[in-house]
Design a protein around this ligand. Sequence first.
Ligand SMILES: [Zn+2]
Length: 68
Amino acid sequence: MSKAASTAPDVAHQRISIARLHGEACIDCGAVHQRLFPAGTLRTMTERGARVWSVVTCTLHQARGGAR
Ligand SMILES: [Zn+2]
């Protein structure tokens, strides 16, 4: 079984860039050139079920975080 080109599009993955899901960019704004802090986990739905990602946030959004 190869993961070829026909992977079903995932709504969450279309809305959130893979860099954010991988914890390489702020989950809110996509910033990468700042200090990034752990921001808990985010769950997306894929064709194989839920997947949990450890995400990060920039200084600005860390200060704002938790209020959601
Ligand atoms: Zn941010």
